[in-house]
Each structure stands twice: as C-alpha cells, then as structure tokens.
Ligand binder design. Structure first.
Ligand code: RFL
Ligand code: PHB
Length: 399
C-alpha cells in the first residue's frame, strides 16, 4: 500500500465533543489541525449519550459560532427535581445564581461542530483504521492511519488525545503516570422513549431500592435511566420490566404516574471515576474522557471535555502566536482543579442518590443529606454553582 505523507501543526485524534470543539477553536485561531476519527461520520453523529449541558458550555459554544440551532432547540432549565419519599421538590438553581442548564443531545452538538468544520473547509477524516502514534516523547510526533485503502502518515508538532476512554492515546503515557480509578458497583440502563416528560425539568428519584433518572430530549421524547447491577445484560431488561421498575422507583403522591411508550434506544453504561495525572507527556495532551471520567450522575463529562479544549486551545494560541510554551507546560495543572471540582460533585451525587447496600443506616444518612439539599438555600446554592458550571480555567484563546 502506498503512503501519503502530510504535515499539520496539530493532529486531533477523536471526533467527539473534545476533539471537535478543539478543532473549531484552533480553526478560529488559524492553527492548522487535522481531525482523525476511527468511526464513520454517521455513527458519530448518531451516538446517544449526554444531554444536560452547563451554562458555561453554552456560552463557549455561542462564542464559537456553533450554537444557533442550540439556541433554537435546546430546553432551558432552572435546576432539577429531586423526588424523595414520594414527594417532588424543585431545586431552583437559577433563582439563586441567575444561570441555567440546557438540555440538548450530545449528538446534536457533535453534528453542529462537524457542520461548522465542513464550513471551515478544514481536514477531518472518518473511518480511519490501524491508527498508530509514534514519537510523542519528541517534538516531531507522527500519526499513521489507513483510510479508503491508503496509508497516511501525518507529521505534527502536537497530538491532542481526544479519543475517549477506550482510545489509544491514554496508553502512550509513561509508566509512572497516575491513573486514579474508582469503579462503582452498579451501571446505568439508559433508554430513549416516545413519551412526554412527567416533570418540566430533569428529575432524580431517590428510592430505597435504587435511583431512577427522568430526563428528556425535546417535548415528545424522554431519556430515562435506572440504576442496575454492574453484571446485568440488556437481555435481562424486557420493556415491561424497565417500565415497571421506572414506575415503582418514581412513584409520587403529587404527580401523575409515569407515562409509558415505545422504547427506541437502550444501552448500558458502567459507572466509573477516573483522573489521569499528569495529563500530558512530551507533545501529547490528553483531553476529555481520554484523561478523566465521571459517572453520569450530575451530567459533567461532556462539559469537562469542552473545558479541557478551552485550556489547550488557549495554550496552543499562545504557542503559535508568541512561541510561548509556558501555557502548554502548565496545561494539566491549569485544567485539573476544575476537573476535581466536577469529580467531587459527581461523587457526591453518585454516593447520595444511589443505593450501595441495604443497610438502613446508609439510607438514613443519604436521606438526611438530600433533606439538606431540599431545605437549605445555602446547600442549594453550593450545588447549583457547580451544576450550572464553574467558570472555565482559561478563555479559549489568548485575550
Ligand atoms: P468521546 O465522546 O468518547 O469521543 C472520543 C472519540 O474518539 C474516537 N476514537 C478514536 N479516534 C481516533 N483514533 C483512535 N484510536 C480512536 N479511538 C476512539 C471515538 O470513536 C470517539 O468518537 O470523548 P470526549 O470527546 O472526551 O467526550 C466525552 C463525552 O462523550 C462524555 O464525557 C459524556 O458523554 C458523558 N456524559 C454526560 N456528560 C455531560 O456533560 N452531560 C450529560 O448529561 C452526560 N450524560 C454521559 C451521559 C455519558 C453516558 N455514558 C454513555 C457513559 C450519559 C451517559 C449514559
Ligand atoms: C441526560 O439527559 O442524558 C442526563 C440527565 C441527567 C444526568 C445524566 C444524563 O445526570
């Protein structure tokens, strides 16, 4: 097979939220990058995942000129509902902070970013196979891949590892890299269904038998999750079992029973917390899920991916604008404090809202903490500040 050699300043591996947002930020700063993705474009555009995005993320996407559809179609939420002891409570973070959360599917954000990149006429490759990266410990790293029967060899200054938790870039980090991991003893079964949402905003239902989450995609489709055992399979969950469990865990004395309807997508996601440090090595920088994972409780993963993209884009802007490496050298140190705040938030929500054991003491402690969230304005404000998005560590380009 013949090999085509090209050169770009930055190779971005992965066309998820981290990679595509970084690509847009670099394009707007005239930094020459190529995006290389193993999946097909259709697959990436349709992958069902996140839905709740922070005000801070929406603000950046707006600045990047990729949020026109988002502003037309996203649902704007003030907070979320918490159902405890069959009663529904609204945590109104907007009233306390003046900010909002937005519901807009991850696939839509990805589609908007792909369309913007096409508009920029900037290189983006889908369906790459046999991706190999060499020389990350040097100033001349190389990425090779095969696409449409040709081998490509790309020389670059930097590699942005945006290839997610199962990608190859995390494996290129040196042996003494710390990968701090906690695996939670359960998973989330997620569905998309053709039903109307029961509450106007997303809802966490804390039930002694386990969590159920009720979110939405627009006004006609719901996105709902059930805490399930880590070793369960989708075959264990016929539709009737899913609905009866969602209904049981979300029963209330103040709202009608959950509506049921056609389930047209279902998936299982394990719950893990991971932080990799350092987040960089030589000319390689890890972003998003390639560097850290949060359990989906609290909806932080995509937002963190975009905040990493800001930090790296800012640092690359400094490098190409002024040949100043200082921001590149402190990339991880700059990104990590916000990542740890999101880890703490997701950890707190995960350990409070899920059932870990059937010990009544554990349940009463969890109830006591939720009562504080419901009853104390100070606690609500503190939750709301993180839920709606702490400020990003840096602007996406040098000021
Ligand atoms: P992604 O989205 O996994 O993208 C990585 C991309 O890299 C490609 N890839 C490669 N490309 C090139 N070469 C290779 N060798 C490659 N190997 C893999 C992959 O095909 C893929 O396209 O990572 P990124 O960009 O870091 O984005 C992270 C987010 O996707 C993730 O954190 C969120 O989905 C997490 N998450 C949520 N985050 C939120 O902010 N709000 C939410 O409401 C929310 N809900 C969720 C979630 C994640 C969930 N699951 C499925 C874990 C709900 C669920 C159920
Ligand atoms: C979603 O709408 O997909 C969603 C809602 C709440 C979460 C995670 C995901 O905690």
């Amino acid at each position: 097979m013949d090999t085509v050699t090209t050169r770009h300043q930055v190779v971005i591996l992965g066309a998820g939220p981290a990679g595509l947002t970084l690509a847009r930020m670099l394009s707007l700063q005239n930094v020459d990058a190529i995006v290389v993705e193993t999946r097909t474009e259709d697959y990436v555009r349709e992958r069902v995942r996140a839905g709740v995005i922070e005000q801070s993320t929406v603000d950046v996407l707006t600045e990047l000129g990729v949020a026109d559809r988002l502003h037309r179609e996203a649902l704007r939420h003030d907070g979320f509902y918490l159902r405890l002891d069959e009663q529904t409570h609204h945590l109104d973070f907007h009233a306390l902070t003046g900010r909002n959360a937005f519901v807009y599917g991850q696939a839509e954000i990805v589609a908007d970013l792909i369309d913007a990149r096409r508009g920029d006429g900037a290189p983006m490759v889908f369906g790459a196979s046999d991706v190999a990266v060499t020389g990350v410990d040097s100033a001349t790293p190389v990425v090779e891949y095969t696409q449409a029967g040709r081998r490509h060899r790309v020389q670059a200054d930097f590699i942005a590892g945006c290839d997610g938790s199962h990608g190859i870039t995390p494996t290129l980090m040196p042996a003494d890299t710390q990968v701090m991991t906690r695996t939670h003893p359960f998973a989330w079964l997620g569905i998309l269904a053709r039903t109307a949402p029961t509450t106007a905003e997303g809802m966490y239902c804390a039930h002694p038998d386990g969590l159920s989450v009720h979110s939405m995609r627009g006004t006609q489709i719901t996105r709902q999750y059930l805490q399930v055992p880590a070793d369960t399979t989708l075959d264990d969950w016929p539709d009737e079992r899913i609905w009866s469990e969602l209904r049981r865990r979300s029963r209330s004395s103040d709202h009608p029973e959950l509506e049921t309807g056609e389930i047209f997508d279902r998936s299982l996601a394990p719950l893990r917390s991971v932080v990799t440090t350092p987040m960089q090595f030589g000319s390689l920088f890890l972003l998003g899920d390639a560097a850290h994972i949060v359990p989906p409780t609290g909806a932080k993963g995509l937002n963190l991916a975009i905040s990493d993209a800001c930090v790296l884009s800012h640092a690359l802007g400094h490098y190409y604008g002024h040949r100043d490496r200082t921001h590149l050298e402190s990339y991880g140190e700059t990104a990590l404090p916000r990542i740890w705040q999101a880890q703490l938030f997701s950890w707190t929500l995960t350990t409070t809202l899920h059932r870990f054991d059937d010990n009544p003491y554990s349940w009463e402690l969890r109830r006591a903490r939720m009562r504080r969230w419901i009853d104390s304005e100070a606690e609500q404000r503190a939750l709301g500040e993180v839920y709606l998005g702490l400020p990003f560590p840096t602007p996406w380009r040098p000021e």
